[in-house]
Write a protein that binds this ligand. Sequence first.
Ligand SMILES: Cc1ncc(COP(=O)(O)O)c(C=O)c1O
Length: 362
Amino acid sequence: MAQNTKNLTSGIDPLDLLRPNIRNLKPYRSARDDFKTGVLLDANENPFQPETSGSFSAPLNRYPDPHYVALRNKIAEIRQVNAEQIFIGNGSDEAIELLIKMFCTPGEHKIGITSPTYGMYKVSADTLGVDIADAPLKPDFTPDVNAILELPDSVRILFLCSPNNPSSNLMPRELVIRILDSFPGIVAVDEAYIDFAKPGESMIHLLDKYPRLVVLQTLSKAWGLAGLRLGMAFSSPAIMDYMMRVKPPYNVNALSQEVALRALSNLDAATKARQTLLSERDFLANEMNKIPGIYKVHESDANFLLFRVKNAPAVYRKLADRGVIVRYRGDQLHCEDGLRVSVGTPEENRQFINVLAEILTL
Ligand SMILES: Cc1ncc(COP(=O)(O)O)c(C=O)c1O
């Protein structure tokens, strides 16, 4: 790739990177795009409410707001961006897949990943028939900027995960900025775990400067709403406009919109839960460092820890036999002997430590 000089890429219009069929797409339109109230006889809905228990106000016989205006405005307020810079999806997994669909023509374009990283970038690309180009992280889990800039020109989107899953570290800010300055495609920074990192590390504040930057976030982690399936992409209004055209019209269901709004209106509860998880993360790291056989606990900017232990597969199985389920990651690049454990409740964490100590001191 020739363009690896600072700012050489700033003139590249993200819309020029769209697949031609996406650029010319006539999106699905419904009367509900224009009218939300009145005698609603436009969408072949059932006018009668079903019998459901629970205290939700969303009329479930009606399709949800396709533009999720209230939720978009709330997220805009919390993240300090404009509503037009936000896409909301059925988990950030939906955003990942849509981005690949928008920018990569199967057989022609590729996505770039930096192994070891979150597995869904590859799975989504594989399902869409889009190839992968890998610029692996260095053994200390920082990006290899030169390898990234050497990726073939066919790489339309680079997925950078920060904090990275499974290594748990933030990507150093200055390196991400070098990549943004020099990589000539879309740079999608997946910040699923950003609320567990120290404040101010999100790249979301760089959106105005880098129109080809996409930041992915989710309510599944720090907000405790994995069951809701709600993720966000933030980018330039131009990219977001296309993302809204390409998405299925009612991709965020009415209950998810309503519950998400409630949760996002109660910031104190989320802050309190996050503080507990952060102090529990320290507790886990301290205790694990005392257990013989564990020879490294990686510093974490996320709500999980990667640790190394001899005979990791056997330790994994023995934990499972005692009812404690962690993730074996020793088969991932640079993760030899690696197990990944999520930070649980204080009780779960003590149970995990007790069982682990018992297994390793037997
Ligand atoms: C890095 C990363 N991105 C995205 C996701 C998926 O998030 P969502 O639940 O919003 O689909 C995960 C889930 O584990 C993840 O680890």
